[in-house]
Design a protein. Structure first.
Lengths: 84, 232
């Protein structure tokens, strides 16, 4: 069994009004050192698979096909073996 | 001549499209459930607005894998007309039939309001009944309508006159104030390279009778009808 943690983030060229709004809220709360906030998405995928290489290949394919939109987003992931 | 309106779970504007085409424009029209594969009876397909699959993940991201989309791609590759409205535009971008993406409005608000559109290219099958530069009053109703594409794609769209509609003032001036969502280049609607697939955020079906506030949306349907008649 494997656990994949997938992070999807907006490309640097894409304007992120949500991140800007969060940054404003943090500054209003007194966290004035916050210079930039970019909001993204996080997924945890549990895979019934025994082969690390297969998991890596499948998660890459999932990111390309569905989890991220390559026009606006980047992705990265971490894979960890978990005991059943 | 027959129109087909594709319905996904979560689509909500199919009845408005049906009403505009059937009751106002007196056309033959069917609903098509998204599991359907045979689209051979139709001359024009409509991907209507709504929240297919709850807009989960990204608007249109899941609908693009519905079985009907494979047939729609084949339909479009024959040069037949496809119009995606609002969520339909988002689905066309997600599927790669149109370039770019539709992001959350820059002000992070859902907007349901009248806007003015400048018809930038009246050689398109979707605008041949327009005067060039004609201003159409048509409503928007979306949260994620901010058109984005990288600068090379934008340049290509502009150079090939693929920007069909731009948000403008009632007088037809393309200004930042007239842009309701932060779309790059005030883009409200674009076509594919071949020109037979249009995506637009505003809803022409909701501007089909004067009593609604405008009947300017009919110019788009009438253009489609005239284009199909011309080619048959």
């Amino acid at each position: 069994m494997y656990l994949a943690r997938v992070y999807v983030t907006l490309k640097p060229t894409v304007n992120d009004p949500q991140g800007l709004t969060i940054k404003g809220a943090l500054c209003n709360l007194g966290f004035t050192s916050v210079e930039d906030v970019r909001a993204g998405k996080y997924f945890e995928l549990h895979l019934a698979e025994t082969d690390f290489a297969k998991v890596e290949q499948q998660v890459t394919e999932m990111c390309c096909k569905l989890l991220a939109n390559p026009v606006i987003e980047n992705y990265r992931f971490e894979i960890e073996e978990v005991k059943v | 001549m027959k129109f087909g309106i594709i319905v996904f779970p979560g689509t909500w504007s199919e009845r408005d499209c049906y009403y505009a085409l059937k009751n106002v424009l007196r056309q033959e029209v069917d609903y098509i459930w998204h599991k359907e594969a045979d689209l051979s009876h139709y001359d024009c397909l409509i991907l209507p607005g709504g929240f297919s699959y709850g807009d989960y993940l990204r608007p249109g991201a899941i609908a693009r894998f519905s079985p009907v989309m494979t047939s729609l791609e084949a339909f479009a590759s024959q040069g037949k007309l496809v119009i995606g409205i609002c969520n339909g535009f988002q689905i066309l971008c997600e599927s790669g039939l149109l370039p770019g993406a539709l992001l959350r409005n820059d002000h992070l608000e859902y907007r349901c309001q009248w806007v003015y559109l400048k018809a930038e290219n009246n050689q398109s099958p979707f605008t041949i009944q327009c005067q060039n530069g004609q201003v159409l009053k048509i409503p928007i109703s979306h949260y994620e309508g901010r058109y984005y594409a990288d600068s090379a794609t934008l340049a290509e769209l502009e150079a090939n006159k693929r920007v069909i509609f731009r948000y403008c003032t009632p007088a037809g001036e393309v200004t930042d104030a007239a842009n309701p969502n932060g779309s790059l280049h005030n883009i409200a609607g674009i076509t594919n390279k071949r020109g037979n697939v249009l995506g637009m955020m505003p809803h022409p079906e909701r501007a089909c009778e004067a009593i609604l506030g405008s009947s300017d949306g009919n110019i788009i349907w009438e253009s489609i009808i005239a284009s199909i008649q011309r080619n048959t």
